[in-house]
Design a protein around this ligand. Sequence first.
Ligand SMILES: Cc1cc2nc3c(=O)[nH]c(=O)nc-3n(C[C@H](O)[C@H](O)[C@H](O)COP(=O)(O)OP(=O)(O)OC[C@H]3O[C@@H](n4cnc5c(N)ncnc54)[C@H](O)[C@@H]3O)c2cc1C
Length: 408
Amino acid sequence: MVGTTSAWYLARAGHEVVVVDRQPVAGNETSFANGGQISVSHAEPWASPHVLPQVLKWLGKEDAPLLWRWRADPAQLMWGARFLLECLPGRTRRNIAAIVALALYSRRCLQSLRHELALEYEQLERGILHIYTQPEAFFQAVKAAKTMRHFGLDRETVSAERCIEIEPALADARHLLLGGDYTPSDESGDAHKFTRQLAERAAAEGVDFRHNLTVDRIAAGGSQIAGVLVSGAGGGELLTADAYVVALGSYSPLLLQPLGVRLPVVPAKGYSATLELDAGGLAPTVSLTDDEHRLVFSRLGNRLRIAGTAEFNGYNLDLNPVRCQALMQRTRQLFPTLAFAGKPEFWCGLRPATPSNVPYIGRTRYGNLWLNTGHGTLGWTMSCGSAAALADLIGGQRPEPDFPFVKC
Ligand SMILES: Cc1cc2nc3c(=O)[nH]c(=O)nc-3n(C[C@H](O)[C@H](O)[C@H](O)COP(=O)(O)OP(=O)(O)OC[C@H]3O[C@@H](n4cnc5c(N)ncnc54)[C@H](O)[C@@H]3O)c2cc1C
């Protein structure tokens, strides 16, 4: 989705754009079946002072919301060290400020794009409700909500009763709930459908999508990029352009490393389950976040998407049945009468995670090589704004959000 939105905003700014994607269609990797939330309210990064005791508690547990697998991988170990640094209170606050600024801008960009192009992707504008079932987590959430209100987000702390008024499908879980916070301006929708539609519109505007083509290498010539070596069914070729944008999700650092551009982006595997709902059952329509279990619930038309958790295990895309079942177990706890047809459709994807959850947007030391990557848990939320800002930067304009754009 980040590549597609980048293509759209660059084309609209007057550039001739070619998209190279190894997949047969747009949005087919991490953007395929995510949690569906446009959640500025989720701006608090994983790296925060109070996450460390939780991570220690979860170490080695196969069904833990956050699972760190020890691997002899220097990139992952280095990432872990930088993650610890980002847990300092001052760093966390600074990261929240950057994420809220970009995410608020991005949500506005998405809304205007949706109206302008009449995009339909099972979007719902009913806000996002975070629910809490443990006192410490609720206490921390009250503080986080205050910080986010300070940065301009309408995230209000609410009682357990109010949670049920907002989302009646939570009534059976009343005994678990301590309270919540509600952000009416947040949204939800199917990220894959959005990406596919935007790609179609972009193609109609002249963007040249080259699918089933893999970038094998980015070739440098001095302080500039000379071209990208690509290969597909028809063999290999060198593609050249005035400027190049790396928006390869978790795979971005692999192609940048040989150029000496080292990005601390690692794959953080997340899972989702999609349920086809039966008529008559009580299922949520307001998008929900269950912070303690690191899960989100989004209604996508007649489907319910449950998504979340994180596993640091390299570029591994195996579906672990224990982690799939953990999603369903929590769903049954919260919605014991939920009725769905058939079996859940499980999926996993690799979030391009930075230690701070702040993405890398901006220029590299190569004058014509740009980055739009590392969107971690909030790629859908930040994709339109990141792309609009990137197009401004490439066009020599100052982007609107107050955000730490990179030069690396
Ligand atoms: C379980 C889960 C739930 C999530 N829920 C939410 C949510 O509710 N809200 C939210 O905002 N975000 C959410 N996210 C995060 C969001 O999905 C990601 O941040 C986002 O999808 C990243 O988009 P991307 O375009 O950077 O990466 P990707 O979608 O992975 O795209 C990368 C693209 O690069 C291409 N590519 C890679 N390498 C090559 C190569 N060598 N040659 C050619 N092409 C290549 C791929 O084919 C792909 O098209 C969730 C993620 C997960 C896993």
